[in-house]
Design a protein around this ligand. Sequence first.
Ligand code: HEC
Ligand code: HEC
Length: 413
Amino acid sequence: MKLRSNCLSRLLPEILVVVFAHATWVNANDATQIFERRVLPLVKSERASSCRECHLAGIDLRQYVLEDSAKTFAALAVAGLVDAEKPAKSKLLTFISRRPEKEDPLLAKVRSEELAAFQSWIEAAAKNPPAPLPTAAQSTIGSPTPLEVIRHTRIDRVLKSFVEKIWVDIERCENCHSPARNSRLIEKHGEQISWISPNDPAGTLAKSAQQGIIDVEKPEESLILLKPLGVVEHGGHRKFALGSDPDKRFRSFLADYASAVRGGYREAKDLPVESTEVRYATGQQLRITGLNSDWRDRLMRVDIYCWENGKWSSKRIATGDGYVNGPQKLWQNMILGIDDRSQSGKSAESKRLLPSGKYRVRMFLDRDKRLDRDRDYELGDEEFVGSVEFSGDWKPGYQPPKIVEFKEENATQ
Ligand code: HEC
Ligand code: HEC
């Protein structure tokens, strides 16, 4: 009896080792099996990972997977993306669980498969985390894209830019391109004329991209730009001019969007510089009468300043541009408000009126048609032709617009 118990106590450590080794083997094997059966197929498939719904480029779930379970887990642990103590709190799972308000049904399915697979695998692997590898043997894992580029190509940022640069002018297109208003045109031209999704910039951007009026290969040839410029035949005629403010804004959005979608940005220095101004729609129209007759058919930009705290604002608070109508010697256009980006917490998405008050309108005329030769040229002091001031109420719409008369004595030469 004594002997046997002695014998058992001598053997006990060995038995325990065997039992533990067996448990370890089962766990490691579990993780490996889950990894091979459920994780690898996800990243080997051709389809886009769910990350694509928000990250237009530079991020893919494949970047978070190496060839085997142990290596992947070790690398993710070093990168702080899995938490062996609290596997459910792993950062990688947070990434996979992010979902937009309106999920694309296909990507929603992809997302739940990804989440289920990674959750089971991380949990299994965390039960027996592989020993940390020596620094020299560590593999890097995760997206190689710099954070600035990840931020810039995120859909919420891209959408904000779409709103500031294109959606602010949507009023100029709505009558014919919003399904809320164009039933007659649909009959004549077909469904694709309704590229606007009413009150829904995200839907409008998605629709425009889908139906190909945004061309990511040749952004400058996108129909959403060429049609309103009138450089190709357009049922709605010319809505704005080459070199005008909307032409510059539309092109700037399209080029940026195309680079983002095509993964054209590698480093922070490739990113475009953000304007300090944010435009917003006001729905207000301005008509200036009594213009000089030789200004006809020239593009004129007006910058509007307001009287505040006993002086004129140092920065323009609104702008508009368009051609001078020769026979009637007038200029009339939609006015967009301008916020200072650093000070504005306001969204450009909704319309806001310029308040009634006292305004000075400074006028810049492209007399020499410089914009025809260089669309990116900005009219400045050389093109300044005069100013008008007005005050009082300024109602939205063009029936009537705000009408002010220009007096020759306020012209500069
Ligand atoms: C619903 C939209 C959405 C989806 C889908 C999404 N992300 Fe993100 N992602 C964001 C947002 C928003 C941020 C910025 C979060 C912040 O700044 O706190 C971000 C930030 C990131 C960052 C930047 C680094 C960091 O620590 O913030 C990485 C890397 C990232 N996501 C990876 C992924 C991966 C991988 C996927 C797919 C598995 C994914 N994301 C899916 C919205 C999303
Ligand atoms: C007065 C009506 C009208 C207005 C306003 C108008 N359009 Fe159009 N647009 C049309 C008609 C009609 C067509 C169909 C015939 C054609 O392709 O030119 C069209 C076609 C288009 C197409 C091609 C759609 C497709 O997929 O076939 C685009 C893009 C477009 N317009 C952009 C604009 C933009 C941008 C604006 C505003 C800045 C605008 N349009 C304002 C009438 C208008």
